[in-house]
Structures are given as C-alpha cells and as structure tokens.
Design a protein around this ligand. Structure first.
Ligand SMILES: Cc1cc2nc3c(=O)[nH]c(=O)nc-3n(C[C@H](O)[C@H](O)[C@H](O)COP(=O)(O)OP(=O)(O)OC[C@H]3O[C@@H](n4cnc5c(N)ncnc54)[C@H](O)[C@@H]3O)c2cc1C
Length: 306
C-alpha cells in the first residue's frame, strides 16, 4: 500500500498543512511519495528533505506557477495509478483540487480528518465540530484532507530522490489573472503559537487596532470573529471559525468575543484559552481556562502598559 501526498508550497516553503499530511500519510502506509506541481524545479529540494518521504515526483511547467484546479486535478489523478491513498493538508489549495480528483477517480474524498482509526476508518468533524463522526470508506482509492492542528508537522531530515515526470499539461478553460494577498510581518494565523483575537466587543475599526498593538507586544498573530470581520474592523483573512481559519495555538486570547459555536469550531483545540469579556455567561467564558471579567479596554490598556 502506498500513499501520494499532494504538496502545497507557500512561495518556496512547504506549507505546515503539507507537513501534517506527511505525518498522516506515514500512519497509513510504509511508502509515502510526494507530488509537486510547480514552475520551479528548485522547490523540489525543500520537499525531498522532509523526513518520511520516499520519492518526490516532480511535474514542472511554466504554466504551473498558478495552476488551475482543472489542470491540477487531471495531473494528480493521472499520477494516482498504483497508489491507494491521496493525502493533502486541509486548506483552500486542497479544497480546490481534491474534490475534482475524487470526481475523476469516482471516489468520495473525506475532508478535515482529525484522527486515523484504521486503514479505512477516519474521524472528522461535523456541525462546526459539535460532533466528531467516525467514517469508514469502502472506496478502492481513499482521498483525504487532514487538519494541520491534529497531526504533528513532519520535520526535515530526509533526502528523498527526485523523479521528474514527463506529462502533457492539459489545456485549461480558465486562466490566472491576479492574486491579491495580505502581507503581514506577524506570525501566520494557522501556525502561530500565540493568537490575540478580537470580536464585536471592540466596537470599531479604530478600536480593533488595539488588538493589533497587543498582538505585536506579545509577538502573536491577530485573529477575529466573523462579527468583527462583517463589521469591517479587519479583513476576512483573519477570521477564525467554521467559515474561517482553524487554529490550535499554545495560547488564544479572545477579546470581546462571545464564543458562538461557529467561532469555537475554529479555536477550541487551543492549549490555553483566555477570555476577556464583561459577561461571565458568555460561552467563551465557559470554555476558557482563564476568564478576565472586565471591560476589555481596561484590560488591553493594562496589558499594553506592563
Ligand atoms: C453559517 C455560519 C457560519 C459562521 N461562521 C463563523 C466563523 O467562522 N467565525 C465566527 O467568529 N463566527 C461565525 N459565525 C457567526 C457567529 O454565529 C457569531 O455571530 C459571531 O461569532 C459573533 O461574533 P462576536 O463574538 O465577535 O460578537 P458577539 O456575539 O456580539 O459578542 C461580543 C462579545 O463582546 C463582549 N463585550 C462587548 N463589549 C465589551 C467590553 N467593553 N468589554 C468586554 N467585553 C465586551 C460581549 O459580552 C460579547 O460576549 C457564523 C455564523 C453562521 C450562521
């Protein structure tokens, strides 16, 4: 039994999601290969050094710099011959490609896997994480995306050989136009060890800047509730929750966030949760390890001073 891991690169770096996928793949089979679709063959080196990868399969072409999901899914499904599993980290990258691979191979992908029970049985969240479903696959080929927060991130330490694949790149009906991404000096939200997250309680975009100041003081990433995003306090790149990012930092400081189930779904695996809220009955206060029942502006002022 062998497993193919679809590699997601952030610039030339292997994403944290992908490292979690390699760890999950190693739990499934002894042979784990990695597939990279890229315009730059140099990127294969960082993948070959991940511990646990047997062979790096490389498809390079200039057109793959911003590969469309139609093209990527066709290339991945063609390489799947002989593999029992296809694994990728849960992200917009894999959400874009793996369902199409599933359609091409006529199998049902299983997304957001949090635990591997056996070779065909997996645990995944339902209803915003309120239920953990154990699902069994009867498909001959099993396609999984795995949660980055549920598996260790495979470290460097390997030296897998790189095999260049010669394939015809299919034509696509869509073409890349532009990418707009927010750049930040702060830690990346999904892999940060500390997160300061703000909610509607902040009251305005100007006040939300206090969250950013506090995050900078604590070398933390900034997060937000959907209410804060919808109110225009910050862009939706920072939203944590069911329809935002899933995070599991060492410490999550929730400032003026009530703790609706859709928000908790994205941060409940944090190691230590601190709620700063003036309502002790807010669900966030019930979930938190530490509750600071105070006006949030006083709390932030205090923390910025010391
Ligand atoms: C399909 C669906 C998907 C959703 N996905 C998400 C998601 O991914 N992420 C998400 O966050 N939400 C999501 N939501 C929205 C979610 O249901 C809540 O509406 C949202 O999380 C509320 O945000 P909030 O806690 O900032 O606001 P509120 O619920 O209004 O809470 C504000 C909190 O601030 C406190 N507060 C106010 N002023 C102060 C003060 N001066 N000092 C101290 N405390 C103060 C209040 O006590 C309150 O607890 C989703 C909803 C739906 C229906």
């Amino acid at each position: 039994m062998s497993t193919l891991v679809l590699i997601e690169l952030n610039s030339d770096q292997v994403s944290a999601n992908t490292r979690a996928a390699v760890t999950a793949a190693k739990l499934l089979s002894n042979k784990v290969d990695a597939l990279i679709l890229t315009n730059n063959s140099n990127y294969a080196k960082s993948v070959s050094s991940i511990d646990g990868i047997d062979t790096v399969k490389l498809i390079t072409d200039d057109s793959l710099e911003h590969v469309s999901s139609e093209v990527a899914s066709k290339l991945v499904s063609d390489v799947m011959d002989g593999y029992q599993y296809l694994v990728a980290g849960s992200s917009t990258f894999s959400k874009n490609i793996l369902p199409r691979v599933g359609a091409l191979l006529d199998v049902q992908p299983i997304s957001d896997v949090c635990e591997i029970k056996s070779s065909n049985t997996f645990v995944r969240p339902l209803y915003a994480g309120n239920i953990m479903a154990t699902v069994e696959s009867i498909d001959p080929t099993i396609i999984l995306t795995v949660r980055s927060t549920s598996f260790e991130h495979a470290p460097d330490g390997g030296s897998a050989p790189i095999e260049q694949l010669t394939v015809d790149i299919p034509k696509s009906n869509s073409s890349f136009v532009e990418i707009q991404e927010s750049k930040s000096e702060r830690p990346e939200l999904t892999t940060a060890e500390r997160i300061v997250s703000g909610g509607r309680g902040l009251g305005s975009k100007e006040n939300f800047e206090l969250i950013e100041k506090l995050a900078d003081k604590l070398s933390a990433a900034v997060g937000a509730s959907r209410a804060a995003v919808d109110a225009g306090f910050i862009s939706n790149d920072y939203q944590v929750g069911q329809t935002g990012k899933v995070v599991a930092p060492k410490i999550y400081i929730a400032v003026g966030i009530s703790g609706a189930i859709q928000h908790l779904a994205g941060m409940k695996d944090s190691q230590v949760i601190v709620a700063i809220n003036n309502d002790p009955d807010a669900p966030m206060c019930r979930m938190a390890d530490l509750v600071w029942q105070v006006d949030l502006f006083e709390a932030i002022d205090d923390m910025l001073k010391h």
